[in-house]
Design a protein around this ligand. Structure first.
Ligand SMILES: [Zn+2]
Length: 519
């Protein structure tokens, strides 16, 4: 039985028995998801349970609403925020949470329970209950941040507290040892016969066969407020473990294997920039206050006036190699004007949003030099420069791929290490690429998502777009190249990274703490 079906049944039974007297708000990422769940999950459940659900539910014809007594089961897509406001419930369920596009709707949905007060099993429960469930994709993103926690950008503790992280641990009938299959995969599966596609799950200590029904849920982190369950096909009675092992050995669709089948976040090689990788590309160049150029400048606008502009300035040492000479923040548009002049910026790209008017005025002060960037979702090929209205459009995924590759392939030298460079590196690390399926067409595409503050990451992206239109800098007097031994060192560090990428990064759960109740 899938989690969706279990959650729907629990909602209906809870509404019938007084656990959710006002009802349950059941949320899906889009209207399309919602229609599909209604038709393929909810309606069949009602039809199959003629003695219970069919009798209890008064309003069965509506797709979006089912009523039991005074309690309403409301099925809703998370596309629009206004219509979320009109409900009051005792529980909110987020299904397929990983696909939510606008996370501000999450808080809005949870507010629907602010008036909830329920008497249940002799206790008063205030503020309702939230269930979140999904297939994971990236570490510290989406469902994984609720399950395993998300560290704050300032490095001070957690932004989202981890759940207690319960795993289904199997007890070995022979030696009594407990095995967490997710921790031990793929060694926990041993092939018996390739011809018959037969394999068994085994004990991590004595390699005796395990029975998936002989286990218990054990929390990896005790004393947490949220309860989390990790569900995987490794202990499913309906999945042949040989198939999981086979997929692993063939390295076929590894993100599907890890995310969808084992429930572990997974990052493909080259789908994220590591902080140390950026810092290993720092040369000896001190930050400059001016440069004869010609240079390119990338600017990420602040969300609100008065906050920081993130700026990256670079020039071309050769067609291939880029030298970054300025990574810093500024607070006004006038500051940007000064940078344009001091660094002889021949091409600047600034994001067109949110302050389009001021960005346009900035472009008009530097005609043919400042362009407003708009990310397009499906524009293949080259960047499109429009000299009539000073805009440039690029495919978001492709341009972010290109600025990632510049770092992965060591085609850039950054200024010497500094506090700003560490922030820059952190922002670079705070984006990761994942697959997303278009629910209407079934097409899978790659998208970059943010996992934390990412302003310099975009400024860097804009800077590289601008640099395409800037000539190689012939001036050799201003910036001596870093000494050779330093470059060699950077290269060695990068080789190390390549090795790690080949192995791919799989984020495994940690083992239960020593002295837990298993020992
Ligand atoms: Zn054993």
């Amino acid at each position: 039985m899938g989690v969706t079906v279990a959650e729907i049944l629990e909602s209906f039974y809870g509404m019938k028995n007084g656990r959710y007297p006002k009802g349950v708000l059941y949320l899906l990422p889009t209207e399309h998801h919602m229609q599909r769940v209604s038709q393929t999950k909810i309606q069949p459940l009602i039809d199959e349970n003629s003695g219970t659900l069919q009798k209890w539910i008064e309003k069965t014809d509506s797709i979006a609403q089912k009523r039991i007594g005074q309690a309403n089961f409301i099925l809703h897509g998370m596309g629009s925020r206004i219509s979320l406001k009109s409900y009051s419930v005792d529980s909110v369920r987020f299904d397929e949470l990983e696909e939510i596009e606008d996370w501000t709707h999450v808080a809005l949905a949870e507010e629907r329970m602010s008036h909830s007060e329920v008497q249940w099993l002799g206790k008063t429960i205030q503020g309702g209950s939230v269930h979140r469930f999904s297939v994971p994709s990236l570490p510290e993103y989406g469902i994984n941040s609720f399950f395993a926690g998300k560290s704050s950008d300032s490095g001070m503790g957690y932004e989202i507290e981890p759940s207690d992280q319960r795993y289904w641990l199997l007890k070995c009938p022979a030696c009594g040892e407990y095995t967490c299959l997710e921790d031990e995969f793929p060694e926990c599966i041993i092939e018996i016969s390739a011809k018959d596609q037969k394999a068994i799950r085994v004990c991590r200590k004595c390699h005796g066969e395990l029975d998936i029904s002989k286990g218990e849920w054990v929390a990896k982190k005790t004393g947490q407020r949220a309860v989390g369950f990790h569900i995987s096909q490794l202990f499913s009675a309906y999945v042949n473990p040989w198939k999981l092992l086979d997929q692993y050995r063939k390295k076929k669709n590894l993100s599907t294997l890890y995310n969808d089948k084992i429930g572990i976040p997974y990052i493909e090689s080259n789908a994220r920039i590591e902080m140390a990788e950026v810092l290993s590309l720092c040369g000896t160049q001190r930050p400059l206050t001016s440069f004869p150029g010609p240079c390119a400048m990338g600017v990420d606008q602040p969300k609100e006036e008065g906050q920081n502009f993130h700026v990256v300035i670079a020039y071309k040492k050769s067609e291939q190699l880029k030298q970054v000479i300025f990574v810093d923040i500024r607070t006004t548009w006038a500051d940007l004007d000064n940078l344009m002049r001091s660094f002889n910026v021949s091409r600047c790209v600034v994001d067109g949003l949110p302050d389009q008017d001021k960005a346009r005025a900035f472009a008009e002060r530097f005609p043919n030099r400042v362009f407003l960037s708009y990310y397009a979702e499906k524009q293949k090929g080259a960047y499109r420069w429009n000299e009539k209205d000073f805009t440039v459009s690029s495919d978001r995924t492709e341009s972010l791929n290109a600025s990632t590759a510049a770092i992965h392939d060591s085609k850039v030298i950054f200024p010497q290490k500094s506090e700003e460079m560490v922030t820059f590196a952190k922002h670079c690390h705070n984006m990761a690429r994942k697959s997303q399926e278009d629910k209407d067409t079934g097409q899978v595409r790659q998208i970059w998502v943010k996992t934390g503050a990412d302003h310099f990451r975009h400024a860097w992206n804009y800077c590289l777009i601008a640099l395409e239109e800037v000539a190689v800098c012939r001036d050799k007097t201003m910036t001596p190249p870093p000494p050779p031994q330093n470059l060699a060192k950077s290269y060695a560090v990068n080789l190390d990274f390549n090795k790690r990428y080949q192995g791919n990064n799989v984020f495994r759960p940690t083992k239960p703490p020593h002295g837990s109740k298993l020992e």
